[in-house]
Design a protein around this ligand. Structure first.
Ligand SMILES: Nc1ncnc2c1ncn2[C@@H]1O[C@H](COP(=O)(O)OP(=O)(O)OP(=O)(O)O)[C@@H](O)[C@H]1O
Ligand SMILES: [Mg+2]
Length: 392
């Protein structure tokens, strides 16, 4: 059975690391062999757990392991040939070495390689539970959305390009002042794409994998979490809970923080209405920082009470396709998407949905080859696209 995999994401500083560490401790205490790993290049997991962690999994307690994935190390392992080739190419073009080094690593690439550790842990079947402390929202999302594109590239562009480059290499050396990528470069890229495709199916496995959005009861933080939720749904990743951390407790009433608490209570209503029916877990603003086992366990108690932290807390499919003889219906949950923001395009079997500048390519089953999208209705966060057979 696939290990239970929980990814925590959210805006900077909201409590992702604390919540991930707390969840992992809870899972281990409940008898699951658990690893908590941080893929955020700015690690703070070891501070949170008050233990030394390294790039490889380290045992930090009964059934509990921790890991701070070293992006640079993963990059060297997976991307060295590409870096060398691009670096050389840029150097030939007069780019200095420091800039060249930065340019050979596309933004977000480092976390991407770190996330591949999840796949590694799935393959070894070492752990019952994998808890991931991700980098803040934006980056993680972009990375998560990538495998769709990657698999398309792998199937369509890659075999062709590899042949063309192989054929052109002797000419390029002679007539152009550039070195074409070597086999090793292609191997790196191909391996990366394969890995991403594999990882994408791990992340899409809703029976075992889910994301949880961490936020504070602040307007701007909630808004960003709502956008993230929309995109996760669009990518087909299950959000099984949202976490509202640092809620002022009743004790602050009558103090400077009293009005803050009132404001937070209003925002909590927004959270309920926005993410419903996804369960909302809450934790108070403690009187001290959440550092070390005792505080982490207090945080876990607040979040899960007697509940199972590893349970899939919500399992609604956000995407559904029903195919009939002459028509088909695709239902997409797109919470918070505005009517004007959605556009659709079908090219062959690919349906391209755009929401607020983000793009998702949905591969429709071959049965839908002869179908055309006829009507798209967006109602209360659900987009329904009706397809009709084009000959009738
Ligand atoms: N419920 C809470 N009560 C009090 N302090 C908290 C609470 N949750 C987290 N903290 C503290 O807030 C700080 C930020 O938390 P944490 O590092 O978990 O956030 P993060 O989302 O991982 O941040 P980053 O985006 O920087 O990685 C830490 O000092 C942590 O101890
Ligand atoms: Mg963190």
């Amino acid at each position: 059975m696939a290990p239970r995999t929980i990814l925590y994401t959210g805006k900077g500083g909201v409590g992702k690391t604390s919540v991930a560490a707390a969840t992992a401790r809870r899972c281990a205490a409940a008898g699951m062999k658990t690893i908590v790993l941080s893929t955020d290049p700015a690690h703070s997991l070891s501070d949170s757990l008050e233990t030394e962690l390294g790039a490889e999994a380290t045992e930090v307690g009964p059934r509990l392991f921790g890991q701070e994935v070293e992006a640079q190390q993963e990059m060297e392992r997976h991307w060295e040939a590409v870096q060398e080739w691009l670096g050389e190419l840029l150097a030939q073009r007069g780019v200095d070495q420091i800039s060249a080094e930065e340019l050979t690593v596309p933004p977000g690439m480092d976390e991407l390689f770190s996330l591949l550790q999840i796949k590694q842990h799935h393959e070894t079947e070492e752990y019952d539970a994998i808890v991931v402390d991700c980098a803040p929202t934006g980056e993680t999302l972009r990375l998560l959305s990538f495998p769709d594109v990657a698999s398309w590239w792998l199937e369509k562009v890659f075999p062709w390009e590899k042949r063309v480059v192989a054929a052109a290499r002797p000419f390029a050396r002679t007539f152009l002042d550039m070195s074409l990528p070597s086999e090793a470069v292609f191997d790196d890229v191909q391996r990366l794409v394969h890995n991403l495709v594999a990882m994408n199916s791990i992340l899409r496995d809703r029976s075992a994998t889910s994301l949880r959005l961490v936020m504070n009861p602040d307007r701007m933080v909630i808004s960003e979490a709502m956008r993230t939720f929309t995109y996760l749904n669009l990518y087909g990743y299950l959000t099984d809970a949202v976490v509202v951390n640092r809620v002022f407790p009743p004790e602050v009433e009558g103090t400077y923080f009293g009005p803050w608490r009132e404001r937070q209570q209003e925002h909590l209503e927004l959270v309920e209405s926005a993410f419903s029916p996804v369960p909302v877990l809450r934790a108070p603003y403690f009187e001290a920082e959440v550092v070390g086992p005792a505080m982490l366990d207090r945080l876990a108690d607040a979040l899960f009470a007697d509940g199972d932290p590893a349970a899939v807390l919500h399992s609604t499919l956000s995407q559904e396709l029903v195919v009939g003889h002459h028509s088909a219906r695709l239902r997409l949950d797109l919470p918070f998407a505005e009517r004007g923001d959605v556009s659709l395009k079908k090219i062959g079997l690919e349906l391209v949905v755009r929401v607020d500048g983000q793009k998702r390519t949905i591969m429709l089953p071959p049965g839908l080859a002869g179908f055309k999208p006829r009507e798209a209705k967006l109602e209360e966060g659900t987009l329904e696209v009706r397809f009709e057979a084009s000959d009738g």
